[in-house]
Design a protein around this ligand. Structure first.
Ligand code: OGA
Ligand code: NI
Length: 372
Protein backbone atom coordinates (compact mmCIF):
# COMPACT_ATOMS: atom_id res chain seq x y z
CA UNK A 1 0.00 0.00 0.00
CA UNK A 2 2.58 2.57 1.12
CA UNK A 3 4.77 1.92 -1.82
CA UNK A 4 1.83 2.37 -4.17
CA UNK A 5 0.83 5.65 -2.54
CA UNK A 6 4.29 7.04 -3.15
CA UNK A 7 4.10 5.97 -6.80
CA UNK A 8 0.85 7.84 -7.24
CA UNK A 9 2.40 11.06 -5.93
CA UNK A 10 5.34 10.92 -8.29
CA UNK A 11 3.15 10.32 -11.28
CA UNK A 12 0.68 13.11 -10.57
CA UNK A 13 3.28 15.87 -10.39
CA UNK A 14 2.90 18.45 -13.11
CA UNK A 15 4.88 17.77 -16.24
CA UNK A 16 5.33 14.13 -15.29
CA UNK A 17 5.10 11.10 -17.53
CA UNK A 18 1.29 11.29 -17.30
CA UNK A 19 1.20 14.04 -19.93
CA UNK A 20 2.49 11.93 -22.75
CA UNK A 21 2.70 8.38 -23.96
CA UNK A 22 6.14 6.79 -23.57
CA UNK A 23 6.43 6.08 -27.31
CA UNK A 24 4.87 7.34 -30.54
CA UNK A 25 1.35 6.00 -30.92
CA UNK A 26 0.63 3.56 -33.74
CA UNK A 27 -3.01 3.16 -34.72
CA UNK A 28 -4.02 -0.47 -34.97
CA UNK A 29 -6.39 0.52 -37.75
CA UNK A 30 -3.41 1.66 -39.86
CA UNK A 31 -1.59 -1.63 -39.23
CA UNK A 32 -4.68 -3.59 -40.23
CA UNK A 33 -5.05 -1.54 -43.41
CA UNK A 34 -1.61 -2.67 -44.53
CA UNK A 35 -2.80 -6.28 -44.79
CA UNK A 36 0.31 -7.57 -43.07
CA UNK A 37 0.96 -11.28 -43.25
CA UNK A 38 2.74 -11.29 -39.89
CA UNK A 39 1.97 -9.66 -36.58
CA UNK A 40 4.32 -6.85 -35.46
CA UNK A 41 6.30 -7.98 -32.43
CA UNK A 42 4.75 -5.38 -30.11
CA UNK A 43 1.45 -7.25 -30.30
CA UNK A 44 2.69 -10.79 -29.72
CA UNK A 45 1.62 -11.91 -26.26
CA UNK A 46 3.74 -14.25 -24.19
CA UNK A 47 2.61 -17.86 -24.66
CA UNK A 48 0.85 -17.99 -21.26
CA UNK A 49 -1.51 -15.15 -22.22
CA UNK A 50 -2.39 -16.22 -25.74
CA UNK A 51 -5.97 -17.27 -26.39
CA UNK A 52 -6.66 -20.97 -26.57
CA UNK A 53 -8.09 -21.58 -30.00
CA UNK A 54 -8.66 -25.32 -29.86
CA UNK A 55 -11.90 -26.78 -31.14
CA UNK A 56 -12.93 -28.13 -27.79
CA UNK A 57 -12.63 -24.76 -26.01
CA UNK A 58 -15.99 -23.72 -24.60
CA UNK A 59 -16.95 -21.56 -27.57
CA UNK A 60 -19.91 -19.27 -27.31
CA UNK A 61 -21.28 -20.58 -24.04
CA UNK A 62 -23.76 -18.21 -22.58
CA UNK A 63 -23.51 -16.38 -19.31
CA UNK A 64 -26.90 -16.03 -17.54
CA UNK A 65 -29.56 -14.18 -19.55
CA UNK A 66 -32.00 -12.31 -17.34
CA UNK A 67 -35.29 -10.83 -18.54
CA UNK A 68 -35.94 -7.61 -16.64
CA UNK A 69 -39.53 -7.28 -17.82
CA UNK A 70 -41.72 -6.78 -14.78
CA UNK A 71 -38.89 -5.81 -12.50
CA UNK A 72 -39.51 -2.12 -12.93
CA UNK A 73 -43.27 -2.06 -12.58
CA UNK A 74 -44.79 1.25 -11.56
CA UNK A 75 -46.23 0.01 -8.27
CA UNK A 76 -42.75 -0.68 -6.99
CA UNK A 77 -43.33 -4.39 -6.61
CA UNK A 78 -40.45 -6.50 -7.73
CA UNK A 79 -40.16 -9.97 -9.01
CA UNK A 80 -38.40 -12.28 -6.57
CA UNK A 81 -37.36 -14.72 -9.26
CA UNK A 82 -35.59 -12.02 -11.30
CA UNK A 83 -33.97 -10.62 -8.16
CA UNK A 84 -32.69 -14.07 -7.20
CA UNK A 85 -31.21 -14.62 -10.66
CA UNK A 86 -29.37 -11.31 -10.49
CA UNK A 87 -28.12 -12.15 -7.02
CA UNK A 88 -26.71 -15.47 -8.12
CA UNK A 89 -25.14 -14.00 -11.27
CA UNK A 90 -23.38 -11.26 -9.25
CA UNK A 91 -21.95 -13.78 -6.80
CA UNK A 92 -21.08 -16.61 -9.16
CA UNK A 93 -20.25 -14.94 -12.45
CA UNK A 94 -19.87 -11.20 -11.89
CA UNK A 95 -21.49 -11.07 -15.35
CA UNK A 96 -24.95 -11.43 -16.84
CA UNK A 97 -26.90 -10.41 -19.92
CA UNK A 98 -30.14 -8.45 -19.66
CA UNK A 99 -33.05 -8.27 -22.08
CA UNK A 100 -36.15 -6.06 -21.79
CA UNK A 101 -33.85 -3.60 -20.07
CA UNK A 102 -35.70 -0.45 -21.14
CA UNK A 103 -33.16 0.93 -23.62
CA UNK A 104 -34.67 1.15 -27.10
CA UNK A 105 -33.16 -1.39 -29.55
CA UNK A 106 -33.01 1.25 -32.32
CA UNK A 107 -30.97 3.50 -30.06
CA UNK A 108 -28.56 0.64 -29.32
CA UNK A 109 -28.07 -0.02 -33.03
CA UNK A 110 -27.73 3.69 -33.82
CA UNK A 111 -25.09 4.11 -31.14
CA UNK A 112 -23.02 1.19 -32.38
CA UNK A 113 -23.35 2.13 -36.06
CA UNK A 114 -22.46 5.80 -35.47
CA UNK A 115 -19.29 4.65 -33.75
CA UNK A 116 -18.50 2.16 -36.48
CA UNK A 117 -18.72 5.02 -38.97
CA UNK A 118 -16.44 7.12 -36.82
CA UNK A 119 -13.81 4.40 -36.69
CA UNK A 120 -14.05 3.96 -40.44
CA UNK A 121 -12.91 7.55 -40.96
CA UNK A 122 -9.29 7.79 -42.13
CA UNK A 123 -6.83 7.74 -39.23
CA UNK A 124 -5.81 11.34 -40.04
CA UNK A 125 -9.33 12.62 -39.50
CA UNK A 126 -9.27 11.22 -35.96
CA UNK A 127 -5.84 12.41 -34.85
CA UNK A 128 -7.26 15.76 -33.67
CA UNK A 129 -8.93 13.78 -30.87
CA UNK A 130 -5.71 12.01 -29.88
CA UNK A 131 -5.65 11.34 -26.11
CA UNK A 132 -3.04 11.44 -23.33
CA UNK A 133 -2.65 9.21 -20.28
CA UNK A 134 -3.61 12.05 -17.91
CA UNK A 135 -7.35 11.82 -18.62
CA UNK A 136 -7.53 9.26 -21.43
CA UNK A 137 -10.25 11.37 -23.06
CA UNK A 138 -10.29 11.04 -26.83
CA UNK A 139 -8.89 8.69 -29.43
CA UNK A 140 -6.39 6.19 -28.06
CA UNK A 141 -4.47 3.08 -28.99
CA UNK A 142 -2.93 1.90 -25.74
CA UNK A 143 -3.65 1.58 -22.03
CA UNK A 144 -0.84 2.11 -19.53
CA UNK A 145 2.42 4.03 -19.87
CA UNK A 146 5.02 1.33 -19.44
CA UNK A 147 7.68 1.81 -22.10
CA UNK A 148 8.11 -1.24 -24.32
CA UNK A 149 4.91 -2.93 -23.09
CA UNK A 150 3.27 -5.54 -25.31
CA UNK A 151 0.16 -3.86 -26.70
CA UNK A 152 -3.40 -4.90 -27.40
CA UNK A 153 -4.84 -5.16 -30.91
CA UNK A 154 -7.39 -2.32 -30.63
CA UNK A 155 -8.03 1.40 -30.89
CA UNK A 156 -10.61 3.09 -28.68
CA UNK A 157 -12.39 6.31 -27.89
CA UNK A 158 -12.98 7.39 -24.32
CA UNK A 159 -15.28 10.19 -23.17
CA UNK A 160 -16.96 11.54 -20.04
CA UNK A 161 -20.73 11.65 -19.86
CA UNK A 162 -21.35 12.54 -16.18
CA UNK A 163 -20.93 14.60 -14.03
CA UNK A 164 -22.17 17.42 -16.29
CA UNK A 165 -19.09 19.60 -15.73
CA UNK A 166 -16.87 16.89 -17.23
CA UNK A 167 -19.08 16.42 -20.26
CA UNK A 168 -17.39 18.41 -23.00
CA UNK A 169 -18.84 18.11 -26.49
CA UNK A 170 -15.59 19.48 -27.92
CA UNK A 171 -13.91 16.31 -26.77
CA UNK A 172 -16.55 14.16 -28.44
CA UNK A 173 -16.33 13.33 -32.15
CA UNK A 174 -18.32 15.55 -34.52
CA UNK A 175 -18.52 13.03 -37.34
CA UNK A 176 -20.80 11.36 -38.31
CA UNK A 177 -23.05 14.41 -37.71
CA UNK A 178 -25.56 12.50 -35.57
CA UNK A 179 -23.00 10.97 -33.23
CA UNK A 180 -23.08 13.49 -30.35
CA UNK A 181 -26.83 13.52 -30.10
CA UNK A 182 -27.02 9.73 -30.24
CA UNK A 183 -24.34 9.20 -27.58
CA UNK A 184 -25.98 11.75 -25.33
CA UNK A 185 -29.35 10.06 -25.48
CA UNK A 186 -27.79 6.61 -25.20
CA UNK A 187 -25.93 7.74 -22.07
CA UNK A 188 -29.10 9.00 -20.43
CA UNK A 189 -30.98 5.78 -21.05
CA UNK A 190 -28.14 3.58 -19.90
CA UNK A 191 -27.75 5.61 -16.70
CA UNK A 192 -31.41 4.93 -15.90
CA UNK A 193 -30.81 1.23 -16.37
CA UNK A 194 -27.80 1.44 -14.03
CA UNK A 195 -29.87 3.18 -11.37
CA UNK A 196 -32.39 0.35 -11.49
CA UNK A 197 -29.75 -2.33 -11.27
CA UNK A 198 -28.12 -0.49 -8.34
CA UNK A 199 -31.42 -0.78 -6.43
CA UNK A 200 -31.56 -4.50 -7.08
CA UNK A 201 -27.96 -4.96 -5.94
CA UNK A 202 -28.72 -3.16 -2.66
CA UNK A 203 -32.00 -4.98 -1.97
CA UNK A 204 -30.40 -8.33 -2.70
CA UNK A 205 -27.99 -7.75 0.20
CA UNK A 206 -30.86 -6.92 2.58
CA UNK A 207 -30.09 -3.21 2.43
CA UNK A 208 -32.49 -0.38 1.71
CA UNK A 209 -32.67 0.00 -2.03
CA UNK A 210 -30.93 3.39 -2.18
CA UNK A 211 -27.92 2.26 -0.18
CA UNK A 212 -25.51 1.61 -3.05
CA UNK A 213 -26.53 4.77 -4.85
CA UNK A 214 -25.94 6.85 -1.70
CA UNK A 215 -22.53 5.26 -1.21
CA UNK A 216 -21.72 6.22 -4.81
CA UNK A 217 -22.54 9.88 -4.12
CA UNK A 218 -26.27 9.94 -4.95
CA UNK A 219 -26.95 12.01 -8.05
CA UNK A 220 -23.26 12.91 -8.38
CA UNK A 221 -22.08 9.63 -9.84
CA UNK A 222 -19.70 9.55 -12.78
CA UNK A 223 -20.23 7.85 -16.10
CA UNK A 224 -18.03 7.43 -19.12
CA UNK A 225 -17.94 5.53 -22.33
CA UNK A 226 -15.14 3.58 -23.92
CA UNK A 227 -15.80 2.47 -27.46
CA UNK A 228 -13.48 -0.31 -28.56
CA UNK A 229 -12.50 -0.91 -32.18
CA UNK A 230 -10.88 -4.27 -32.88
CA UNK A 231 -9.65 -4.43 -36.49
CA UNK A 232 -9.04 -7.74 -38.25
CA UNK A 233 -5.83 -9.28 -36.98
CA UNK A 234 -3.39 -11.25 -39.18
CA UNK A 235 -2.43 -13.69 -36.38
CA UNK A 236 -5.29 -13.74 -33.85
CA UNK A 237 -3.85 -16.75 -32.02
CA UNK A 238 -0.86 -14.65 -30.90
CA UNK A 239 -2.67 -11.47 -29.85
CA UNK A 240 -5.43 -10.12 -27.64
CA UNK A 241 -7.86 -7.31 -28.47
CA UNK A 242 -7.93 -6.35 -24.81
CA UNK A 243 -5.78 -8.00 -22.15
CA UNK A 244 -7.28 -9.62 -19.10
CA UNK A 245 -8.58 -7.07 -16.60
CA UNK A 246 -11.39 -6.37 -14.19
CA UNK A 247 -13.23 -3.08 -14.63
CA UNK A 248 -12.09 -0.51 -12.04
CA UNK A 249 -15.42 1.32 -11.72
CA UNK A 250 -18.81 0.45 -10.27
CA UNK A 251 -20.59 -1.42 -13.00
CA UNK A 252 -20.21 -1.77 -16.76
CA UNK A 253 -22.97 -1.99 -19.35
CA UNK A 254 -21.46 -3.47 -22.48
CA UNK A 255 -23.07 -3.27 -25.88
CA UNK A 256 -21.15 -5.92 -27.82
CA UNK A 257 -20.95 -6.24 -31.57
CA UNK A 258 -24.11 -8.00 -32.69
CA UNK A 259 -22.29 -10.04 -35.34
CA UNK A 260 -18.86 -10.85 -34.00
CA UNK A 261 -18.06 -12.41 -30.65
CA UNK A 262 -14.83 -11.72 -28.81
CA UNK A 263 -15.51 -11.16 -25.11
CA UNK A 264 -14.23 -13.90 -22.82
CA UNK A 265 -15.07 -14.15 -19.14
CA UNK A 266 -13.04 -16.07 -16.62
CA UNK A 267 -15.05 -18.74 -14.86
CA UNK A 268 -13.45 -21.36 -12.61
CA UNK A 269 -10.12 -20.83 -14.36
CA UNK A 270 -11.37 -21.27 -17.92
CA UNK A 271 -12.12 -18.60 -20.44
CA UNK A 272 -15.74 -18.64 -21.55
CA UNK A 273 -16.52 -16.93 -24.87
CA UNK A 274 -19.75 -14.99 -24.50
CA UNK A 275 -22.33 -15.36 -27.23
CA UNK A 276 -24.18 -12.05 -27.45
CA UNK A 277 -27.94 -12.30 -27.40
CA UNK A 278 -29.70 -9.90 -29.83
CA UNK A 279 -30.29 -6.48 -28.23
CA UNK A 280 -29.13 -7.66 -24.84
CA UNK A 281 -26.64 -5.74 -22.75
CA UNK A 282 -23.84 -7.50 -20.94
CA UNK A 283 -23.69 -6.22 -17.36
CA UNK A 284 -20.71 -6.72 -15.13
CA UNK A 285 -19.73 -5.86 -11.60
CA UNK A 286 -16.67 -3.59 -11.31
CA UNK A 287 -14.08 -3.33 -8.54
CA UNK A 288 -15.93 -0.55 -6.66
CA UNK A 289 -19.04 -2.70 -6.18
CA UNK A 290 -16.91 -5.65 -5.16
CA UNK A 291 -15.39 -3.35 -2.53
CA UNK A 292 -18.75 -1.94 -1.31
CA UNK A 293 -20.17 -5.44 -1.03
CA UNK A 294 -17.04 -6.62 0.81
CA UNK A 295 -16.48 -9.16 -1.95
CA UNK A 296 -19.95 -10.75 -1.95
CA UNK A 297 -20.33 -9.51 -5.50
CA UNK A 298 -17.44 -10.35 -7.78
CA UNK A 299 -15.63 -8.13 -10.24
CA UNK A 300 -14.53 -10.82 -12.64
CA UNK A 301 -11.60 -10.89 -15.06
CA UNK A 302 -12.38 -10.69 -18.72
CA UNK A 303 -10.52 -10.13 -21.99
CA UNK A 304 -11.19 -9.84 -25.70
CA UNK A 305 -9.97 -12.12 -28.49
CA UNK A 306 -9.70 -10.98 -32.11
CA UNK A 307 -10.00 -12.73 -35.46
CA UNK A 308 -8.73 -12.45 -39.01
CA UNK A 309 -12.14 -12.39 -40.70
CA UNK A 310 -14.11 -9.56 -39.19
CA UNK A 311 -13.57 -6.37 -37.25
CA UNK A 312 -15.53 -5.79 -34.04
CA UNK A 313 -16.99 -2.69 -32.34
CA UNK A 314 -18.18 -2.63 -28.71
CA UNK A 315 -19.40 0.13 -26.37
CA UNK A 316 -18.44 -0.17 -22.70
CA UNK A 317 -20.41 2.26 -20.54
CA UNK A 318 -18.92 2.67 -17.06
CA UNK A 319 -21.07 3.70 -14.11
CA UNK A 320 -18.80 4.95 -11.34
CA UNK A 321 -18.90 6.46 -7.86
CA UNK A 322 -18.39 10.20 -7.43
CA UNK A 323 -14.67 10.33 -7.88
CA UNK A 324 -13.60 12.00 -4.63
CA UNK A 325 -15.54 10.12 -1.97
CA UNK A 326 -13.90 7.21 -0.15
CA UNK A 327 -15.30 3.82 -1.14
CA UNK A 328 -15.13 1.02 1.41
CA UNK A 329 -17.16 -2.02 2.45
CA UNK A 330 -20.60 -0.94 3.71
CA UNK A 331 -20.86 -0.90 7.48
CA UNK A 332 -23.99 -3.06 7.41
CA UNK A 333 -22.04 -5.82 5.69
CA UNK A 334 -19.09 -6.08 8.06
CA UNK A 335 -18.76 -7.47 11.57
CA UNK A 336 -16.06 -8.96 13.75
CA UNK A 337 -16.64 -12.26 11.96
CA UNK A 338 -16.68 -10.62 8.59
CA UNK A 339 -14.12 -7.81 8.75
CA UNK A 340 -13.76 -5.25 5.96
CA UNK A 341 -11.48 -6.58 3.24
CA UNK A 342 -10.54 -3.18 1.79
CA UNK A 343 -9.41 0.14 3.26
CA UNK A 344 -11.21 3.30 2.07
CA UNK A 345 -9.97 4.76 -1.21
CA UNK A 346 -11.48 7.29 -3.60
CA UNK A 347 -12.08 6.31 -7.19
CA UNK A 348 -9.69 9.11 -8.26
CA UNK A 349 -6.89 7.46 -6.31
CA UNK A 350 -7.82 3.99 -7.47
CA UNK A 351 -7.98 4.95 -11.13
CA UNK A 352 -4.46 6.31 -11.10
CA UNK A 353 -2.99 2.82 -10.72
CA UNK A 354 -4.97 1.58 -13.66
CA UNK A 355 -4.07 4.52 -15.84
CA UNK A 356 -0.38 4.05 -15.39
CA UNK A 357 -0.25 0.26 -15.41
CA UNK A 358 -2.85 -0.71 -18.01
CA UNK A 359 -4.82 -3.96 -17.87
CA UNK A 360 -3.37 -6.44 -15.38
CA UNK A 361 -5.89 -9.09 -14.52
CA UNK A 362 -7.28 -8.55 -11.05
CA UNK A 363 -4.05 -7.33 -9.49
CA UNK A 364 -5.47 -3.88 -8.76
CA UNK A 365 -8.32 -4.85 -6.50
CA UNK A 366 -6.28 -7.69 -5.01
CA UNK A 367 -3.36 -5.43 -4.10
CA UNK A 368 -5.84 -3.13 -2.41
CA UNK A 369 -6.80 -5.73 0.23
CA UNK A 370 -6.48 -4.49 3.84
CA UNK A 371 -3.30 -5.52 5.63
CA UNK A 372 -4.07 -8.22 8.21
C1 OGA B 1 -13.86 -2.96 -21.58
C2 OGA B 1 -14.19 -4.34 -22.00
C3 OGA B 1 -15.10 -5.81 -23.66
C4 OGA B 1 -15.44 -5.85 -25.13
O1 OGA B 1 -13.90 -2.05 -22.43
O2 OGA B 1 -13.55 -2.78 -20.37
O3 OGA B 1 -14.04 -5.23 -21.21
O4 OGA B 1 -16.14 -6.79 -25.50
N1 OGA B 1 -14.65 -4.53 -23.25
O5 OGA B 1 -15.01 -4.99 -25.88
NI1 NI C 1 -13.74 -4.49 -19.21
Amino acid sequence: MNKNKKDVKIKTEKGSMMDEWPEPIVRVQSLAERNLSTLPERYIKPASQRPTMTDDAPVATNIPIIDLEGLFSEDGSSDDVIMAKISEACREWGFFQVVNHGVRPELMDAARENWREFFHLPVNAKETYSNSPRTYEGYGSRLGVEKGAILDWSDYYYLHHLPPHLKDFNKWPSSPPTIREVIDEYGQEVVQLCERIMRVLSSNLGLKEDKFQEAFGGKNIGSCLRVNYYPKCPRPELALGLSSHSDPGGMTILLPDDQVFGLQVRKDNTWITVKPHPHAFIVNIGDQIQILSNSTYKSVEHRVIVNSERERVSLAFFYNPKSDIPIQPLQELVSTHNPPLYPPMTFDQYRLFIRTQGPRGKSHVESHVSPR
